[in-house]
Design a protein around this ligand. Structure first.
Ligand SMILES: Cc1cc2nc3c(=O)[nH]c(=O)nc-3n(C[C@H](O)[C@H](O)[C@H](O)COP(=O)(O)O)c2cc1C
Length: 445
């Protein structure tokens, strides 16, 4: 898939895109509907009529992990292995003179409180936010492109406030521009190509160009066009681009915001973005992501799973898959072990691969790491607490200052069956189960 629209079309063809024609209020109502969808069928949603704007709003496009895989042309069972294999095959971007994202160009009288859908998510959020914006900036000295997702508070007129603190790479780019006394030219891309959405969510090394990694993951060069008011290249096929600069030497109070942790981050002094232009497709579709919703957790989770996969694979040759339940603060690694050291090495490797990992569980390959009940079953039937639980004291997991004390220490749980007891733990199978079609057996209603 090369465009955001390809993803919408894929969902639609599978019957996985629900549309809403009724007018919906972007303040709370849209999110309330989305939440109900995520708790049920979890399909993608396209709100066709959103009050206060003529731009439709799409959301929950990555409600299922298989949508992440499909958007990159990959199969879910081998997703992590494939992503690792592809990551190194970086592709230079393809420059084009113009593209759909420039069908409408607005440089005068910009008002972000009017020209962008005003989606307000949680009860105490400090107003409307862009949550599905990929921020693209070239490094102030080297020109290497960074891409990352950053929430942006829609203040009004030409002003946004952005959460982008170092060590986040965009924050570091801005710090380097600031040291030179410069603003940082930056574009906010909404409705980005899937490869770029994935590279923006990933911890790509600081020196590596994330537009080239986007090409690697979508397995074709990213088509880019030069912005109209800033020296930044953006995807020619994006839905909407907000061109501007992150201002040098200015911080303002931003927040509160209901974060992916399911709690609020308080008001903090964050960066200020000045808009120079808004460009878009004539029939642009806006993308909104609920922090901590199924879509967000898949987008954030898959790159984390990939990082963990890379490290664990150094010790364990056969990894079935890796899940990151519990708001990506922990992981479950399903392996086929050859010796008793492998689960222990996997635990430590996973803790080191991703610093936020607080609880790491290793299970056998006959356990579904994505099924919480199955994982708990494995812990309760296969783990010896006295010898199979490892507490690593004092090592921090989540690093937010005001909750730091709670996130000191990590736990590793080896819930794999001892190799010499495998036969005793073989799971039951029920012949014919997979082939049964219930409707052929049940009497009519
Ligand atoms: C939908 C979404 C929203 C996000 N919002 C933020 C944010 O507001 N601030 C932030 O620091 N990271 C946010 N992240 C996480 C970063 O985008 C992610 O950590 C990324 O890898 C950082 O890029 P970097 O490695 O170039 O620093 C978000 C991720 C997603 C998927």
């Amino acid at each position: 898939m090369r465009t955001f629209r390809d993803l919408l079309a894929w969902l639609e063809n599978r019957g996985d895109l629900a549309t809403v024609s009724r007018a919906v209020d972007p303040r709370h109502e849209l999110t309330a509907v989305m939440r109900r969808m995520q708790a049920g069928a979890n399909k993608g949603l396209l709100f066709k009529q959103v009050k206060g704007t003529d731009i439709p709003v799409a959301t929950n496009l990555f409600g299922f992990r298989r949508a992440v895989a499909a958007s990159l042309g990959l199969d879910e069972p081998s997703l992590l292995r494939s992503m690792v294999a592809l990551e190194g095959r970086r592709m230079p971007v393809e420059h084009v003179a113009t593209g759909p994202v420039h069908e409408v160009v607005k440089t005068d009288d910009v008002d972000v409180a009017r020209d962008v859908p005003q989606v307000v998510f949680a009860e105490h959020d400090g107003g409307a936010y862009i949550t599905a914006g990929v921020l693209i900036a070239p490094h102030p000295r080297t020109g290497v492109y960074n891409a990352s997702w950053n929430r942006c508070q829609l203040v009004g007129d030409d002003k946004l406030r952005v959460r982008m603190m170092p060590p986040q790479h965009l924050g570091r780019y801005h710090a380097e521009a600031e040291a030179l006394g410069q603003n940082l030219p930056c574009a906010i891309v909404i409705g980005a190509p899937p490869g770029l959405m994935m590279s923006a969510a990933s911890k790509v090394p600081y020196e590596v160009d994330e537009l080239e990694v986007a090409g690697a993951w979508q397995q074709s060069p990213l088509r880019v066009v030069r912005c109209r008011t800033i020296p930044v290249d953006v995807p020619a096929d994006a839905e909407i681009v907000i061109e501007g600069e992150v201002v040098c030497g200015v911080r303002e109070e931003e927040g509160p915001f209901g974060e992916f942790t399911d709690a609020y981050v308080p008001v903090m002094r964050n960066h200020v973005f000045r808009v120079k232009a808004i460009t878009r497709r004539r029939d642009a579709i806006y993308h909104a992501i609920l922090a901590g919703g199924t879509e967000d957790l898949n987008l954030v989770g898959v790159p984390i799973q990939t990082e963990i996969y890379k490290k664990v694979a150094q010790f364990v040759p056969r990894i079935r898959d890796i899940a990151t339940p519990g708001y990506v603060f922990g992981c479950v690694i399903a392996i086929e072990k050859d010796n008793e050291d492998q689960p222990k090495n996997a635990l430590l490797a996973a803790m080191a691969a991703y610093s936020w990992s607080k609880v790491v569980v290793v299970v056998d390959a006959d356990v579904d790491p994505f099924d919480a009940a199955d994982v708990l079953w494995a812990i309760q039937t296969r783990c010896t607490p006295e010898t199979g639980i490892y507490v690593v004291p004092r090592i921090p997991s989540y690093t937010r200052e005001d909750v730091r004390d709670i996130h000191r220490g990590k736990v590793g749980i080896d819930a794999t069956v001892p190799l010499d007891k495998r036969a005793l733990f073989a799971r039951r199978r029920f012949p014919g189960e997979d082939a049964v079609r219930l409707e052929e057996y049940l009497d009519g209603r």
